[in-house]
Design a protein. Structure first.
Length: 326
């Protein structure tokens, strides 16, 4: 959060104080200060006392505001995404109730402009942008020390590319007439909260902070492209007709797509009208046994399980097995 400096109101006979939050004593507060004296009369031996009260001080309003971007790192988004959100906190760091005008704009010099930029107030105070929040159409009124959650919402152009950024700035400005155009310390007669003297321009009657959208690489889940085909068939007479006794060689291919995959297991169940040819399973041409636990292949009756473990992206494994038509 930015550090907001405060102006101390100095009055003769009063010690000045500063704070790093709101500007101390509430606007409109009346300060009364009385001095007393006690004494002895040496002639009569009597004692006495007297007092004097200074004119009352009515504390004027000191106008200040703070804007803080809550997204400490750029918010990742994708081309064409709608209703993307940047979160801000606007705090009245003055000492009286004040209205602030909120505006949002794209900054120059970044990679692209966010479309349809709209400022929303967290109307339902749940800290999340949702349908319960309303666009800001009027000045936001905050008591001293009060904060409001504000969202900048916009759409990412479909033409935005991976790695590009869009910076948006939220500005809060005091709506008190003359405050935004006057130097710090300026007294604005007739303005302010419950203060006959008026309001004093602080060092931050306008404040801004910036949030950023960044277009990230599109993340797609890795998956396995699995294919099963008949590589060959041989019937008892040396031909290729599907009759009882024909041995069919199946080819199963597994390819990792869009990244590595872990714990890959390929399973196949031989139909009841066929019988698995014993010791016929191969992986990438290497013969495997049907015995469980001694290699990647486990055969239990008509069920074949091949544990391939980790398969790296774009790598293809070929599994072959044979079954005879009953």
């Amino acid at each position: 959060m930015k550090t907001i400096s405060k102006i101390a109101l100095l009055t003769a006979g009063l010690a000045a104080s500063t704070a790093t939050w709101a500007a101390g004593t509430d606007a409109g507060a009346i300060i009364t200060n009385t001095a007393t004296a006690t004494f002895d009369d040496p002639t009569t031996g009597n004692t006495g006392s007297t007092s004097a009260t200074a004119p009352d001080i009515t504390v004027a309003e000191l106008i200040n505001v703070n804007v803080t971007a809550e997204n400490t790192v750029p918010v990742e988004t994708q081309p064409g995404d709608a209703n993307q959100v940047l979160e801000f906190t606007v705090t009245n760091t003055g000492n009286g109730t004040e209205a602030f005008t909120l505006t949002a704009e794209n900054l120059a010099g970044d990679d692209f402009d966010t479309d349809n930029v709209t400022v929303y107030l967290d109307t339902n105070n749940d800290g999340v942008f949702n349908s319960g929040d309303q666009p800001v159409t009027a000045d936001v009124v905050l008591d001293a020390d009060e904060s409001a959650t504000v969202f900048i919402v916009g759409n990412i152009p479909a033409t935005a590319a991976t790695g590009q950024q869009s910076e948006l700035e939220l500005t809060a400005t005091s709506a008190t007439p003359g405050a935004a155009t006057s130097a710090p310390g300026t007294l604005l007669p007739g303005q302010g909260t419950n203060t006959p003297a008026g309001a004093v321009v602080g060092t931050a009657v306008t404040d801004t902070d910036t949030g950023t959208f960044v277009v990230g690489a599109l993340i797609v889940d890795a998956y396995v492209d699995l294919d099963k085909s008949i590589e060959s068939r041989v019937d008892p007479f040396g031909g290729t007709t599907d009759i009882p006794g024909t041995v069919v060689t199946y080819l199963i291919t597994a390819t990792a797509v869009n990244g590595d995959v872990n714990n890959l297991v390929v399973a196949d169940s031989i139909p009841l009208s066929m019988t698995l040819v014993p010791e016929s399973v191969t992986i990438d041409g290497a013969a495997k046994t049907d015995v469980a636990g001694d290699d990647e292949v486990d055969v239990a009756g008509s069920d074949v399980s091949v544990d391939l473990g980790t398969l790296t992206e774009n790598t293809t494994v070929e599994i072959r097995l044979q079954a005879e038509i009953n």
